[in-house]
Design a protein around this ligand. Structure first.
Ligand code: NAP
Length: 337
């Protein structure tokens, strides 16, 4: 499993921040994954599964355990079902399914990271959540070191949430099985997509799945920082879900506040809107970490930024939002230390 010591983690993350891992290995198959987890257990040290490194912030002091870089690859088609191994890149996988004539993941185009990370926070965009497309997830259960398959219900998917997030490190995902469609079902209800197609003079009935993928890629490229230029982990915070009463109170004060009703009676509010319109934080910096000019939910790091710059900035935003709206916001990005 290619075990190495004292390896810098920053280059493996899109934030390009973080100290060294005491131990680091890359696993290319399930046996190597088991060996790696056993190594950490025998040494009584923590381990951390690294996918694309696109949703983590690593402490400058590094990580005193074993970082396991997930590199198990492979994609298998079985009619409308497709199984992808955890180390496959998410967006390449989405593109491949569309090229294979399967639909359902196109709204989730251009999200960085790996297939294995997708169920953990139940990635979602433009009205589609990956959990709804997942049949089952193959895992190593580190509590008894058995290989198991969890069906969709057992994954306990919620908004940017799952059993994998709740039981950190109990389950290591090595494969995900998706149920896709042969008949395209276009979903362009989100404003950004509707506007894209209107601006580019598409007739709704002619829009293909590939058009939707291209639209999502274009919209995201316009709104989000270029990973090659900036250090960033994309949206740093989750959009909060608040009670209807809380929303109604805020709406009296801020009549333009966008809110979207949830099935459980709560209301999801746009945090970017709150940050832009109530907290006035676009372009705000702490040290070398800044709020991205084009999208306030996104934090970016400039050369020389360290994890404490990002944490200080994030705390400042949390306090401002609390002050203005009495909402406690949560980070979507995982803190590794
Ligand atoms: P946006 O489209 O400006 O939306 C902001 C907020 O409003 C989100 O909470 C979104 O819910 C909600 N919203 C907007 N239109 C809605 C509609 N028609 N029905 C229900 N809810 C609606 O957000 P953005 O920041 O530019 O991001 C674009 C998309 O990418 C969003 O769907 C966002 O969630 C997603 N995204 C996902 C991840 C991730 O999975 N890690 C990271 C970054 C962005 P939803 O969040 O439920 O869509």
């Amino acid at each position: 499993m290619n075990l190495r010591e004292n390896i810098s983690i920053a280059p493996f993350t899109t934030f390009k921040i973080g100290g060294r891992a005491k131990f680091f290995c890359t696993v290319k198959n399930v046996q190597e994954l088991k060996d790696a987890v056993s190594f950490a257990k025998n040494k009584n040290i923590p381990f951390f599964i690294l996918g694309g490194g696109s949703n983590i912030l690593v402490n400058d002091n590094g990580y005193s355990g074993l970082v396991i870089k997930m590199d198990i690859k492979g994609i298998q088609y079985d009619g409308q079902n497709v199984t992808a191994m955890a180390g496959e890149g998410w967006d390449t996988f989405v593109g491949e399914t569309i090229d294979a004539g399967l639909y359902g993941l196109e709204n989730l185009s251009s999200i960085p990271g790996t297939v294995g990370a997708s169920p953990v926070q139940n990635i979602g965009a433009y009205g589609i959540e990956v959990g709804n497309k997942i049949v089952s997830v193959d895992v190593l259960d580190t509590s008894d070191m058995q290989l198991k398959t969890l069906d969709q219900k057992e994954c306990e998917f919620g908004y940017r949430d799952s059993i994998f997030k709740k039981n950190k490190n109990r389950y290591v995902i090595f494969g995900v099985r998706f149920a896709l469609n042969k008949d395209p079902q276009i979903n362009i209800e989100y404003k950004d997509l509707r506007e894209y197609f209107a601006k580019n003079n598409f007739a709704t009935e002619n829009i293909t799945t590939k058009d939707v993928r291209n639209a999502v890629i274009a919209v995201r490229a316009n709104k989000l920082p270029d990973w090659k230029v900036w250090g960033t982990a994309g949206s740093f915070f989750k959009n909060p879900i608040i009670s209807k009463d809380h929303f109604d109170t805020l709406k009296k004060q801020y009549s333009d506040l966008p809110g979207y009703p949830e099935v459980d009676g709560g209301v999801k509010v746009s945090l970017a809107w709150i940050l832009d319109n109530l907290c006035n934080v676009k372009g705000l910096c702490e040290g070398n970490a800044c709020v991205y000019e084009k999208h306030a939910l996104v934090l970016v790091s400039k050369a020389g930024a360290n994890s404490s710059d990002v944490v200080t900035l994030a705390r400042k935003l949390m306090n401002l939002v609390k002050e203005k709206t009495n909402i406690d916001i949560e980070a979507e990005v995982e803190w590794v230390n």
